[in-house]
Design a protein around this ligand. Structure first.
Ligand SMILES: Nc1ncnc2c1ncn2[C@@H]1O[C@H](COP(=O)(O)OP(=O)(O)OP(=O)(O)O)[C@@H](O)[C@H]1O
Ligand SMILES: [Mg+2]
Length: 1045
């Protein structure tokens, strides 16, 4: 299995392939001094540095300490792809780099959730500030960011040019030398995103504001303002572009530096200020202050007759007053007088020329120094973690970056160098504390046998400087406070008296002849761990006092420039307590810094300057050797080689790496020590690679731990998988249980509902049946509550059934038998239905059918149940006529004239006497009927004169037309026989409107003969029709029997 380019087998054993890849890659020297053949040889050490430097390999490790040599040229090793290369990669897998330290610290912070710090040390110009900027850049680029944090990254980066403009200056050693110490905390959240920052600043070299050594400059901002500021801006500040015009800028005789572009840097600073939260007003106020200091430097004094000072240059003073927003005359007065407050009164004493000059310079230094502090505060406000984003910031770890002045030896060393070198001693002490001594002590307590490494413990020098009552700082303070005549010389004497016997302290008086030659009488020498330094006591008291006349402070605190009024508080003026001495203040802030650093896991970057000429490619061995010595790098290496690079408590070690061994994973139940032994055994640690102490495991080389760590990283996916599997299993089981529970709840609710619904239905059914039975019992009663349901149901059922069985034809007389309760309704319905059918039928029939029906109805009214052959006639259609028009003789038609023949039928006429049959045509017109014999009308009968019509009730066709007896022209009633008797009589009755004149006689018909005689026609039933004269002279008609069956 491969993991991050290395062979790792599946059981988690790391195959140690690193050594070979490392040496292959690191062709020039060794990239870790631990791998040096002769780790005790300083020469080999420096040779390794030199060889690597020659190949532009400026970084080399001593274990986890990074040694960096300033290349004095831009190298192509800081690009973004380079950053990516180092991200998440183990320290020693890849060539040494400041990014590797940054990344390692970051990961240590993330995995252990503990504060870290990176201590960058080295002498001035060795590249500390550059290193710290590279680290910040690495975090700003590679760390995850929140949207609002992108601005934080910007602010972190943008704070650098601003702080450098105000706090850096060109010195002989470095064109961009930090003239203040800086410790910066970057706070990260749980994702590893930078969320806040805070800067602590230490001892700004304020004296530079008023004085610079030859070849040095004031702080960059003054030159940047003059070079980069627009004409308008300079005009408003009453400044001229030429730095030579300002006394505070000419002391070093070096206003321009070739490697620094003040104009460009001015632009950078002006762009950065708004990013880190400066308002336009803030910027204007700051620039007013900077300009005021330049004008203050040009404010000169003259001396009066009694030696009192007065101001000789009104314009610069007026400018200062204008820019600082104070009253010019008050300021002028304050610069030339001092106020003494005794118990009884306030006394104003005029200053002499020197005093006035130093009051002016004190004011310039104080204004600049406090403005710088304000600037840092302001930057801190902009970097501060916003509490509203996170409820508590306490939990978030920080990475601290310490970029503080390195050990400094100048031609003339003063109070500042004393402080700077004291700081250097303290840091060295911390380094000893954290690495060498604590390491050796720990081996002893853990009972680990090892070779004792001698190292120089600089505690003795620290004590010499800081010890209470006996230390240099105490003596200096005492001298400052002591009443009576005190001076720098008296301070030196006091030092000699108190520290005369100290092995690390020498003065001209105490020194032997050789040393005496190189020391002036105003100097004292300290034998620092890093070398000997002569300090000139001139100015020590003043600088330590750092005092400003009270009346000048008063003027400042009434300033309308907001920064100045913020920096000079009114309480300070009224407060009678003496302010802290500069050295004590510095000591206390250093002690605080030590406390801060002690709580953090340190990483070290040791910077080395290859030459004093700031030249690329030039390696000055002497200079480098000196630095290697005072940085304690050889001791560092020896301890690392002799001792153990890493240690972990058994518990922590086991806890972290137990997944790598099946016997310790997931839990080890036995003794922790045995667990660790089992684990390292399984991992294949060789006996010389580690030792087990009383409570800790010690690992000799970092690579052993790194490989173990890598194996853990390689194993992590597997562990994650196991955790994921069980978590998913757990989650799915829980989900299953939840679903199952939900199903059961739904099921029971559903079943309950179904059961309730069924029960309700049953109840309703039982109720219905009960009502039904009751209704049935009461069915014959009137409609009442007991039977209403039953009866309604019966009615309803009947109506529904009826609707499906209605007769469809008028002739269909069937009708559904109705239950008693709906009999009446049923009858109504029947009638309605019948009428409806009839109406429908009637509306549907044709006119000729209507005519037929009319006739049939009339026939029915006349003959129904009266005449035997009537039923047979019902089914036969009545014809319009039985004699067609062309069958009637023309002559007859002519005789009839306009009277149209409505109906014609052949008949047999019987004489009234002899009953002789004669065939005739009977033609009916609208007003009369005629009997026609072929061509002749034999008889015409007016309907108006017709007395009646008689027929028998039998099935014969006899018709008797009764004529009026008084009509003489008529020869009596007419006896006719017609085969279509029903049709004929009906037509006649209709045409002649004689419906009520038709008689149907059962046995016989009387008829009138001619001239008053009377005859009778008898009717009997026989087998067939026969008309003949009967016995008594009657006409006997035998009608055939109708078979009705
Ligand atoms: N890694 C680097 N690559 C290129 N040049 C560098 C590098 N480190 C330092 N330098 C050069 O060296 C100069 C001095 O470096 P830097 O200002 O960081 O020194 P320093 O240790 O902070 O000094 P001081 O104590 O005076 O502040 C830089 O201005 C730059 O020109
Ligand atoms: Mg610096």
């Amino acid at each position: 299995m491969r993991y991050q380019g290395r062979e790792v087998d599946i059981e988690g054993r790391v195959r140690l392939v690193m050594e070979s890849t490392l040496t292959a890659r690191d062709r020039v020297g060794v990239q870790d001094f631990l791998l040096l053949e002769n780790h005790n040889s300083e020469a080999a050490f420096i040779e390794n540095l030199r060889r690597r430097f020659g190949e532009n390999l400026i970084y080399t490790y001593i274990g986890s300490v990074l040694v960096s040599v300033n290349p004095y040229k831009e190298l192509e090793i800081y690009s973004k792809p380079q950053m990516e290369r180092y991200k998440g990669v183990s320290f020693y897998e890849i060539s040494p780099h400041i990014y590797a330290v940054s990344d390692n610290t970051f990961r240590a912070m993330k995995t252990t959730w503990r504060d870290q710090c990176i201590l960058i040390s080295g002498e001035s110009g060795s590249g500390k500030t550059e290193a710290s900027k590279k680290i910040l850049l690495y975090y700003a680029v590679t760390c995850p960011t929140h949207d609002h944090m992108t601005t934080l990254g910007d602010r972190l980066l943008q704070s650098n040019p601003v702080l450098e403009a105000f706090g850096n200056a060109k010195t002989l050693r470095n064109d961009n030398s930090s003239r203040f110490g800086k410790y910066m905390d970057v706070q990260f959240d749980f994702k590893g995103a930078p969320v806040g920052g805070h800067i602590l600043n230490y001892l700004l070299e304020k004296s530079r504001v008023v004085h610079q050594n030859h070849g040095e400059r004031n702080f960059h901002i003054f030159y940047q303002l003059l070079d980069g500021g627009s004409n308008d801006l300079l005009q408003t500040l009453d400044l001229e572009r030429n730095p030579q015009n300002y006394q505070y800028l000419v002391k070093g005789s070096c206003s321009r530096v070739s490697s620094v572009s003040d104009k460009n840097n001015w632009k950078v600073v002006m762009n950065a200020l708004p990013v880190i939260g400066f308002t336009e007003e803030d910027i204007q106020n700051v620039l007013n202050i900077i300009a005021s200091i330049l004008h203050l430097g040009n404010t000169l004094f003259g001396e009066g007759e009694e030696g009192e000072a007065h101001i000789t240059t009104e314009t610069p003073l007026a400018n200062v007053a204008k820019l600082l927003c104070v009253d010019a005359s008050v300021l002028s007065n304050a610069l030339t007088h001092k106020k003494l407050i005794t118990k009884e009164e306030e006394v104003i004493i005029p200053l002499n020329f020197e005093q006035a000059m130093s009051a002016r310079d004190a004011l310039a230094k104080a204004v600049y120094g406090r403005t710088f502090t304000w600037l840092v505060e302001k930057i801190n406000q902009s970097l501060a973690l916003k509490d509203d984003m996170y409820h508590s910031n306490k939990a978030f770890p920080v990475i601290g970056l310490l970029d503080i002045y390195g050990f400094e030896v100048l031609e003339h060393n003063s109070f500042e160098q004393f402080c700077i070198n004291y700081c250097s001693e303290k840091l060295q002490q911390l380094f000893i504390e954290l690495t060498l001594r604590s390491e050796q002590e720990e081996y002893t307590t853990e009972g680990i046998a090892w070779e004792i490494v001698p190292y120089f413990d600089n505690k003795i020098i620290c004590d010499l400087i800081e010890e209470k009552h006996k230390g240099i700082i105490s003596i200096l303070n005492e001298e400052c406070l002591r009443p009576g005549e005190t001076s720098d010389a008296s301070f030196l004497e006091k030092l000699e008296d108190t520290l005369g016997n100290h092995p690390h302290f020498v003065t001209h008086k105490l020194a032997n002849g050789k040393t005496r030659k190189v020391m002036s009488r105003e100097e004292f020498r300290l034998l620092h761990y890093a070398g000997e330094v002569n300090y000139n006591v001139n100015g020590f008291l003043d600088k330590n006092n750092d005092s400003m006349n009270r009346n000048l402070k008063e003027v400042m605190c009434h300033s309308d420039n907001q920064i100045i009024s913020h920096c000079f508080s009114r309480e300070e003026v009224t407060d009678q307590k003496r302010p802290e001495m500069a050295a004590t203040h510095f000591k206390n802030s250093l002690l605080k810094l030590m406390e801060i650093l002690m709580t953090k896991e340190p990483s070290y970057v040791r910077c080395i300057k290859p030459n004093d000429a700031k030249q690329p490619g030039h390696f000055d061995e002497v200079l480098v050797r000196h630095q290697v010595r005072y940085l304690g790098l050889m001791e560092n290496l020896r301890v690392r080689r002799a001792g153990f690079a890493y240690r972990r408590s058994f518990e922590a070690f086991l806890q972290r790496y137990k997944p790598l061994c099946p016997e310790t994973w997931p839990n080890w139940d036995g003794r922790l020590e045995d667990g660790v032994a089992t684990l390292v055994n399984y991992l294949g640690y060789q006996p010389e690679e580690y030792k087990l102490g009383r409570s800790k495991i010690f690992i000799h080389l970092p690579k052993t731990l790194f490989l173990t760590e890598d194996a853990l990283q390689a194993k992590k996916p597997e562990i994650a998988l196991t955790l994921q599997t069980s978590w998913r299993g757990y989650r799915e089981r829980a989900k299953y249980k939840r679903i199952r529970h939900a199903i059961i709840v739904i099921q029971s609710a559903w079943r309950g509902m179904k059961g309730r619904r069924r029960a309700r239905r049953r109840r309703q059914a039982a109720e219905l049946i009960r009502r039904f039975i009751k209704g049935f019992i009461y069915r014959h009663e009137d409609y009442c509550p007991e039977n209403e349901y039953f009866l309604d149901h019966v009615r309803y059922s009947f109506l529904i059934k009826l609707s499906k069985h209605l007769p469809t034809s008028v002739l269909d007389k069937s009708w559904l038998a109705s239950p008693p309760s709906v009999t009446e309704a049923s009858e109504h319905l029947w009638k309605l239905h019948m009428r409806n059918m009839v109406m429908k039928y009637c509306n549907g029939i044709q006119p000729e059918w209507k005519n037929q029906m009319t006739q049939k109805v009339v026939a029915s009214e006349i003959f129904k149940d009266q005449k035997e052959n009537y039923p047979q006639s019902v089914g036969r259609l009545f014809l319009d006529t039985r004699i067609e028009h062309d069958q009637i003789n023309l002559k007859v038609l002519q005789t009839l004239g306009s009277d149209k023949v409505q109906y014609g039928v052949p008949v047999t006429k019987y004489d009234r006497r002899g009953f002789k049959p004669r065939s005739r045509q009977l033609l009916l017109s609208n007003t009369f009927a005629v009997l026609v014999e072929k061509t002749k009308i034999k008889q015409k009968i007016d309907y108006a004169s017709l007395g009646g019509i008689s027929v028998s009730s039998l099935s014969d066709g006899m018709v008797v037309l009764h004529m009026p007896t008084e009509d003489n022209k008529q020869k009596g009633d007419v006896l006719l026989h017609c085969n279509h008797v029903i049709e004929l009589v009906t037509k006649l009755a209709l045409i002649a409107r004689m419906l009520n004149y038709i008689n149907i006689k059962p046995g016989s018909i009387r008829y009138a003969g001619a001239r008053g005689t009377e005859g009778i026609v008898d009717f009997v039933r026989g087998s067939e029709l026969k008309v003949a004269k009967g016995k008594r002279g009657h006409l006997l008609v035998t009608a055939p029997r109708i078979n009705t069956t």
